[in-house]
Design a protein around this ligand. Structure first.
Ligand SMILES: C[S@@+](CC[C@H](N)C(=O)[O-])C[C@H]1O[C@@H](n2cnc3c(N)ncnc32)[C@H](O)[C@@H]1O
Ligand SMILES: Nc1nc2[nH]cc(C(=O)O)c2c(=O)[nH]1
Ligand code: SF4
Ligand SMILES: [Mg+2]
Length: 216
């Protein structure tokens, strides 16, 4: 039987730039391909191409960087069935694993040791209709929910969804992040303060440090 393999765009070692583990040295495994087309996507170079790599080979490269944290991202990682065994194998190997996912695919088969960062797509992303709301009951305190905000209407929509689905109680963190270069981060920060919601404002740290280049 052929060994499990995945289509990979890049594996790189950097600092986690987003979410709960921000600032920690992290190895990123970026899986190729995505069925969505968010208009702001900063990783469109992962839509096509990539290289098929065996699971063992991926694990060996990840281990070679000697980091404790691993982030599986894309593209949309859950669009490849072998993402599920990859996540379990990374956990078995002792890594702290997070998964960045669009919220459009079923998260229920993801290993419970993984912190799932579920990005709920806002109206201005152009992909709001893809949100799989059945994912919400699967969230635990180990998981995170993210909204990438493009404008004030997105912010108001996100606040409504946080209340409607009681997201601050269901997930360990609810993150509000500005769409890079689109909304003024200071405006978003002020809206968060005024809202009174216990959500975490975040900036993409890696873009402050290295700009919008692939590989960081
Ligand atoms: C490139 S996506 C890959 C994982 C998955 N497809 C998803 O959308 O969550 C990783 C994260 O980067 C965010 N992102 C992409 N482009 C962005 C931008 N221009 N500004 C802020 N966040 C962005 C996405 O919303 C997502 O939370
Ligand atoms: N440094 C860094 N941190 C990140 N966290 C999530 C990323 C992603 O593209 O999903 C990312 C990324 O591309 N770079
Ligand atoms: S789902 Fe993620 S990878 Fe796909 S287009 Fe949207 S931001 Fe980019
Ligand atoms: Mg990125």
């Amino acid at each position: 039987m052929a060994k499990p393999n995945l289509k990979i765009t890049e594996i790189f070692h950097s600092l986690q730039g987003e979410a709960r583990a921000i600032g920690l040295p992290t190895v990123f495994v970026r899986l190729t391909g995505c069925p969505l087309r968010c208009h702001y996507c900063d990783s469109a170079y992962a839509f096509h191409g990539g290289e098929r790599r065996d699971l063992d080979e991926i694990l060996a490269e990840v281990a070679s960087y000697k980091a404790r944290n691993v982030c599986v991202t894309g593209g949309e990682p859950l669009a490849q069935a072998n993402c599920i065994p990859l996540l379990a194998a990374l956990c078995d190997a002792g890594f702290e694993v997070s998964l960045e996912t669009s919220g459009a695919l079923d998260i229920s088969a993801v290993d419970a040791r993984v912190s799932r960062v579920l990005d709920l797509k806002t109206p201005a992303s152009g992909e709001c209709h893809r949100n799989l709301w059945d994912n919400i009951p699967h969230l635990t305190a180990h998981d995170q929910v993210k909204f990438v905000i493009c404008d004030k209407d997105d912010f108001d929509w996100a606040c409504f969804k946080v209340s409607e689905h009681d997201l601050c109680a269901r997930a360990g963190d609810v993150l509000f992040s500005p769409s890079f270069g689109q909304v003024n981060p200071t405006d978003l920060a002020n809206w968060v303060i005024e809202s009174g919601l216990p959500v975490r404002f975040q900036l993409q740290l890696h873009k402050l440090l290295w700009g919008d280049e692939p590989g960081h």
